[in-house]
Structure formats: C-alpha cells, structure tokens
Write a protein that binds this ligand. Sequence first.
Ligand code: HEC
Length: 217
Amino acid sequence: MSSSPDNNYRFEQAGASDDSIQQVHAQLQKQKPDKKNGYSFLPLGVLGLMCSSVFFGSIYLAHYSVRFDPLVVNESAKREKPGAVVVTAVPPAVLGKKVFTTICAACHQVTGLGVPGIYPPLAGSEWAQGNEERIIRIVLHGLNGPITVEGKDYTNAMASLGTVLKDEQIANALTYVRQEWGNKAPEVKAETVARIRAEVGPRTAPWTSAELLKIGQ
Ligand code: HEC
C-alpha cells in the first residue's frame, strides 16, 4: 500500500510502511507452534473432553429419557422394560356394571330404584348392603315370596341366575350393587360365591326371605 505523508498524517492506521508490516509478520512468524515439539496437547484434551461428554450424554439420555416428546415426557413415569406387557387390573365394580346393566337392570332398573310394588330397589337396600351370604344365595338360586325392602313389602319372585352367571360375574355384579348409588358395603369375592355354591349343592328351589334371615344372625 503506497501512502503519501498527507495520508500518514490523517490516518495513522493506514500509515504502515512495507518495512513495518514485514517486521510485524516476522514477529508473528516466531510465535507459530514449534514444529519440533509438535502441537500443544491442551486443545486436543479439550476436544476429547467435549467428545466424551457428548458420547456419554447421549447414552444417558437414551437410557433415562422417556420419549423425546414434550407432551409425553413424564419424569416420574416408571420405565417398563421394552416389550413388557403392562396389565392394569379393571376394578371388579367396573366389570360388575356390565353384568348389572345387561341382566339385573331389566328388573331393578339402571338407577337401582326398581319398580314400585314389583321390583324392589337395590339403591339404599338393607339387603344389598347386608350380609353377603344372603344376597349371593338370592342370585344363585332365586328368591320367592314376601320380602320387605326399605320398609316396603314385595310378593314377587326372582329367578335363579346361578346357571347363567359364573362365580366371578356374580361377585362383580354384587360388588357393583354394593358400591353404586351411594351404597357402601365391602366387595364380594368370587371365592365366596364358589364356596357358597359348593356348600349349598344342587338346589333348585328358590330361597324365602324368612330362610335367608336366619343365615348369619
Ligand atoms: C326378572 C327380574 C329380576 C332380575 C333379572 C333380577 N332380579 Fe333381583 N329381584 C327381583 C325380584 C322380583 C325380587 C324380590 C323377590 C320377592 O318378592 O321375593 C328381587 C330381589 C333381589 C334382592 C333382594 C332385595 C333387594 O332389593 O335388595 C337382591 C339383592 C337382588 N334381587 C339382586 C339382583 C341382582 C344382583 C341381579 C342381577 C345379577 C338381579 N337381582 C336380577 C327381580 C329380578
């Protein structure tokens, strides 16, 4: 770059002479890495550290992250082994609702209120929430004759359902009945239904309420 003394005066930056540039270059040249000693290991070490943190970081993520979906990630989610089948048990009352609506609701109604004078209510019923020994027998073998439910008398008959329904279906339906519409009574187990079925044996005659009231007194 040629420069007149005038320019030198105005723009000192641009005033470097060829000599001065060469001097600066010579100095920079001296600072280049010493070929004999090779490259400094510091930048290589830093590079190595970065590589390994990316490497182990991705292993960590692959192992501990759930999915790379911001809507799905749940840090407290349990990690299941890949291919494991997760079985969530359906509550007995939920299974029992199906049996109830397909079979029992025809008479006792979906509301559990029954039909006045004909079908007694299960909602609020002292029988439904009472001794399980009695109501299991009603469903297994049927009920005949007078019965008082919530202070009202019914003289009708309920057919036996023991040959139509399995132990588990009876248990689930009764569990539903005992825990729906504000009813509060413990679950009925399929084992209890099986035990009573075996204890009673081959009975075809329906129960009477007087007979049932003697059980579990
Ligand atoms: C065909 C109609 C009919 C069906 C279906 C029926 N019931 Fe009944 N149920 C009756 C009648 C009628 C009585 C009262 C019988 C009597 O008057 O002696 C009764 C009585 C009862 C009682 C005792 C009284 C009460 O109201 O608490 C229970 C408990 C009961 N049923 C539960 C069930 C369950 C559970 C089912 C389904 C698995 C079922 N019933 C299906 C008609 C039926």
